[in-house]
Structure formats: C-alpha cells, structure tokens
Design a protein around this ligand. Structure first.
Ligand code: MLT
Length: 264
C-alpha cells in the first residue's frame, strides 16, 4: 500500500502489475481490498490501481460531505501523480457513481468504463433522509447498524451458504470503516448528481456487470444503463447479489478480462 497527497488529503492505494492501467473504485462502506480477487486476476497483464476513496480504508477522512465529484477529482489527481493520462475506470456501486462523475468531468481520460452493480440515478428524497439518519447513527453508535442492515442485501443465499469466509471478510471491511468517513460518504451520496443524461454521452467501450439477485442496484438499473450507453455490454451474474465481484469472482474476472483483452 502506498499513500499520496492529492487535493490536500492523503489517499492510500495499491498499484499492482504493469501494462495498460485499470483503476477500480470500491463501493460503500468498503475499501480497496474489495477488489483483491480482481487485482490478482488482472495484474499479470495490467497495471491495476485500487484507491481507498476519501474517508475509507487508510485514506484521510474529510469533515465535509465526500461528494462523488470530489472523489473523482482525487482519482484524477492520483492519475496525474502516477503519470497516467488515460485509463480504464471501473467501480462497484458507489464506486460506479464516482466513475460516472469522473466520466462527466474527464471524458478524455477514460479509455473504457466498467460499471458493476451500480446505477445512474440520484437519491429520492426518502433515500436522502435515510442517509442522513444513517450518518448520524454511524457517528453516535459506530458501524454495526449499517453493517447489519446491509449484509443480508450484499450476498445471494448461495454465497451465504457456500462462501462464509467472503461474508465474514466483507463484514469486517464494513466494521473497520471509520464512522466519520462513512458519514461523509453518505452525505456525498445523498447530494449526488443524476447521471441519467451522462449515459447517452458515453462513447467509450463499457462493460456493465450485475448480480442477478442484487436488491440495492437491481438488474433493471443495469438493463436501463445498457440501453442508454451505445455499444455497451451487459453481463448478468447468477447466484450473486450486490458484491458480485466477491461472490462469483471467477466469473466476474473472466468477463472483465475478456472485455479488457478486446481493448488492446
Ligand atoms: C454501495 O454498495 O456502494 C452502496 O450500497 C451504494 C448506495 O448505498 O447507494
């Protein structure tokens, strides 16, 4: 793990392998290790960069809401520092919100997009109110409430039965997230822009992946993105829910690798 001062905060990241750069952004409330299986699979042929987004993992926490555009600016500044002009940018869930913000800000820096278990819409008023409540609870009571309410939605029943270690690992990832970092991201997600209109502007190869049983960012969201993004590819992963990259890592990786191979 390395750290870099970007936009006046320390951002932690792993930079593994060599080749064409692929940057993968984790979801909420996780950290860069969400991508462990993908780093292992891709780093033979690619330079894989997995940052801890601001507020998460070993990166600094900010006092103000961590907006998706701020996180996107952090990624761009990290790319500058690492001498990377253009890259494949991928993200899962909140990471996907950041990917869309990044594309809107820096379309010329993107060679291709990977959108996993995510969606383009902004939060409803009801969802914003739930985020505000969760942010307060995270600060006053810690991460257990968020972890306990999210865990049943993150994994498909098959994963719970067959992959208890993966479930435990993701639970620990959530529990070790700093409450102030989670609260800042919750407020940032609540304030995020609607990117439905951004989709039709996307002109780079795009891979969309989704767990068939994902209740947080359901299949219908991915189908809609697939319709809106010209030439995009949609992969639906069976026996997977919201963390499809962990639950069915081999299948996820084989689709990702063949997508990346086609770009070269
Ligand atoms: C995530 O996995 O990043 C979150 O579930 C996204 C969200 O809460 O909207």
């Amino acid at each position: 793990m390395a750290k870099m001062l970007v936009n006046n905060i320390q951002i932690a990241f792993d930079d593994t392998g060599s080749g064409s750069p692929v940057i993968l952004l984790h979801g909420f409330p996780f950290n860069r290790t969400l991508w462990n299986e993908q780093v292992t699979a891709l780093s033979d042929a690619h330079r894989v960069i997995t940052p801890d987004l601001r507020g998460f993992g070993a990166s600094d926490v900010t006092d103000s809401p961590a907006n998706m555009a701020d996180m996107a600016q952090d990624v761009a500044a990290l790319m500058d520092s690492l001498g990377i002009e253009r890259a494949v940018i991928g993200g899962l869930s909140m990471g996907g919100y950041v990917v869309l913000a990044f594309y809107k800000l820096f379309p010329k820096r993107v060679t291709a997009l990977v959108l996993a278990d995510t969606r383009p819409q902004a939060d409803s008023e009801e969802a914003k109110a739930i985020r505000a409540k969760q942010a307060k609870e995270a600060i006053s009571e810690g991460m257990a409430g968020i972890a306990n309410s999210m865990l049943p939605k993150l994994f498909a029943p098959a994963s719970v039965t067959n992959k208890p270690q993966a479930v435990q690992r993701v639970r620990e990832m959530m529990m070790t997230t700093k409450p102030a970092g989670a609260a800042a991201a919750l407020m940032g997600m609540a304030a995020r822009e609607d990117h439905t209109e951004t989709l039709v502007q996307i002109s780079v190869p795009t891979l969309i992946l989704v767990g068939r049983e994902d209740p947080i960012t359901p299949l219908s969201d991915s189908e809609n993105m697939h319709q809106q993004i010209a030439g995009s590819e949609l992969v639906v992963i069976d026996n997977a829910s919201h963390v499809s990259n962990v639950e069915q890592a081999d299948e996820f990786n084989s689709h990702l690798e063949s997508f990346l191979n086609k770009l070269n």
